[in-house]
Design a protein around this ligand. Structure first.
Ligand code: UGB
Length: 613
């Protein structure tokens, strides 16, 4: 025993020279495991000596020293290429940023051509039909690691109600929509289809535990727990200066400050989890990525998936007409002076400078249509699994990163606060070869996009005519979309009234909601509505069954229809009652729960007709 200890101590002495630049580390080396010593070497070689400046003598705070290396090991293993590669890339990107280098240098932007869909026409119906057929070969991936600082909500965003008429939560809506697609796709398949569509949720330390708790306390909203897999993203190290010196946590000198790396992490996580291969072996063909708070999303999914399958797109991004300066990226064709081209999202803060730098002195402005000529990226991506696996096997899922330091002054030598590298999932096509089939699909925003991102105060300041992207507008958009869809299938839905909630002027349509299994596609809704029905503006209608048929209904009040899947229910005749009303509340009124307060209204359930079957 004694001789082994002496041997290893003498080995350590021989090796300890590497730490001569960090005497405080050198004194503590005998506390470290061989793996930790390797990590220490890497830190010194990458110019991180300062991390050990505050280290105490052996015997003091030894547990903290070990915890420091646990953190370094985590940061190292969760980044493709390890921490050394992170620091190297950071130095390069910080140098480019200091030099004011434009990441799009040499590229000229132009408006790309994509598939533009019109809701409800034959083309749309055919794409939806194709999309539903393909859905049994799809897997869904929700990126939900973001805290939503712009929204300022204390809980996780997927736990917010998408609308408060039924109180359906975002996560619930997503799961019920995937299950409805699964059923519809299997029914079309006509074989003994037992497909369970896989659903991955990317979480982070900020959201992981609360996402599990939400799923478990709601029995996974009807999904089989084995269908759902959570992948947690790790944060990345913060950087203190242009030399990419890692930032020491001010609250604990044995920790490195960390911040989120962005939704681009999803690709590396899917790759390292091995799940893509499992999907491929199971015969899956598509991976659909989506974000945490878009209550309209699944109205767009069947048609978009149909476009991917028909056009054989390796990458298909969903887009909506974009208002200039709206905080969503613009899908742009970039042509390089050397002939290279790519169709890619240019993030909202980069589009304006890029346009100005390339001969468009007005920058990001609306054209004669009243919209930016660049379609707005809503960050819903459909990737074909085979080519996706081929690509990320090469890259390890690493996505091109960027850095956005806030400099103290024009010398760009120091930062106001530490920064870090970030990456975005929509930058995946940046490494693809020119032969890759990269396309996009544009749909109306009323149908496809109503995220909940802004807090009431910021939403109220959004320039007139631009979308609020608030809890208020997100909920109202669901009622508007459902009303417009019912109008298209022949229901006379009354015009909306304009009301102001939390300082935002919104159209209030009848509060019409349905479960995804009732109306997944336009054709299905059309099949379930016949005769001549009317719905007044002050009405509320909730459809919970699958086989509910509206026939000559005249609704002026609140009607709730709940039916088991097998029951065929016909809803007819006049229904009139006092109904449900909207009552204004102020977002500052803390006596009201936060998830209601951020909308600026609550629903008073005065009188309703309930039909249960
Ligand atoms: N997210 C993570 O899972 N992890 C992270 O580290 C960060 C975020 P934001 P953002 O469609 O509306 C995006 O913050 O990044 C999740 C596109 O980049 O809501 O400002 C997070 O939980 C932009 O091009 O959005 O902007 C959430 O689900 C535009 O398309 C998602 O990532 C815009 O979204 C997005 O995070 C949009």
């Amino acid at each position: 025993m004694a001789s082994t200890a002496t041997e290893s101590l003498s080995k350590l002495d021989l090796n300890a020279d590497f730490a001569s630049s960090a005497p405080n580390l050198q004194h503590n080396l005998h506390l470290l495991s061989p793996q930790q010593i390797e990590l220490a070497k890497m830190l010194l070689e990458t110019g991180q000596t300062h991390l050990f400046e505050h280290w105490a003598e052996p015997g003091v705070e030894d547990d903290e020293k070990k915890a420091f290396f646990d953190q370094v090991a985590r940061l190292d293993s969760s980044y493709p290429g390890g921490l050394a590669s992170y620091i190297k890339t950071a130095r390069e990107l910080l140098a480019d940023s200091k030099a004011g280098k434009n990441p799009f240098d040499g590229f000229t932007p132009s408006v790309p051509k994509g598939e533009v869909l019109t809701h409800g026409d034959d083309n749309f119906i055919n794409f939806e039909d194709m999309g539903v057929k393909e859905a049994r070969k799809a897997a869904f991936v929700l990126v939900a690691g973001g805290l939503g600082e712009r929204l300022g909500y204390n809980g996780i965003k997927v736990a917010l109600p998408a609308e408060t008429t039924t109180g359906t939560l975002f996560l619930q809506n997503y799961i019920e929509s995937i299950l409805a697609l699964q059923d519809a796709s299997c029914r079309l398949a006509q074989d003994d289809c037992q497909t369970k569509i896989p659903f991955v949720i990317m979480t982070s330390d900020d959201t992981h535990a609360r996402t599990i708790e939400l799923l478990e306390s709601n029995s996974y909203f009807g999904m089989e727990p084995t269908q759902v897999k959570l992948l947690k993203q790790e944060k990345v190290a913060c950087l203190d200066d242009n030399d990419a010196r890692l930032a020491v946590d001010l609250r604990n000198k044995y920790r490195i400050q960390t911040k989120p790396h962005g939704h681009g992490d999803v690709h590396a996580l899917l790759f390292s989890s091995g799940i893509l291969k499992v999907w491929h072996d199971a015969g899956l063909r598509w991976v659909l990525f989506f974000q945490d708070t878009n209550g309209l999303l699944f109205k767009a999914i069947p048609a978009a998936l149909g476009v991917s399958a028909t056009r054989q797109y390796h990458v298909n991004s969903l887009a909506v007409p974009r208002k200039a300066k709206e905080a969503i990226g613009g899908i742009t064709k970039l042509t390089h002076a050397d002939g290279r081209t790519m169709v890619i999202n240019v993030e909202y803060n980069q589009l304006d400078p890029l346009l100005r730098a390339t001969g468009n002195p007005d920058g990001d402005v609306n054209c004669e249509t009243g919209y930016s000529p660049f379609p707005g990226n809503i960050n819903q991506l459909i990737l074909e699994l085979g080519p996706y696996i081929d690509e990320i096997t090469k890259t390890g899922g690493a996505i091109k990163e960027f850095v956005n330091p806030k400099y103290k002054d024009a010398s760009k030598t120091s930062f106001k606060s530490s920064t870090r590298l970030e990456c975005m999932m929509q930058d995946y096509p940046k490494t693809l070869p020119p032969s890759a089939r990269v396309g996009f699909t544009v749909m109306d925003a009323w149908l496809a996009y109503a995220p909940v991102k802004n807090n009431p105060e910021d939403a109220a300041k959004v320039p007139k005519g631009n979308p609020y992207h608030s809890a208020t507008s997100g909920e109202m958009a669901i009622y508007r979309a459902n009303s417009l869809i019912l109008r298209k299938v022949g229901v006379q839905v009354a015009d909306p009234v304009v009301q102001v909630f939390n300082g935002q002027e919104v159209e209030v349509w009848p509060r019409i909601t349905w479960k995804p299994k009732w109306g997944l596609t336009f054709a299905e809704i059309k099949r379930k509505v016949c005769g001549s029905s009317t719905i007044s503006q002050r009405s509320t209608m909730v459809i919970k069954g699958r086989n509910v048929f509206l026939e000559d209904l005249s609704l002026d009040g609140a009607l709730l229809i709940d039916a088991v899947d097998d029951a065929e229910v016909k809803v007819r005749g006049p229904v009139q009652n006092k109904g449900w009303t909207l009552e204004n509340i102020d977002y500052k009124d803390t006596s009201v729960p936060e998830e209601l307060r951020i909308r600026g209204f609550k629903i008073n359930k005065i009188e309703q007709l309930e039909k249960k079957h």
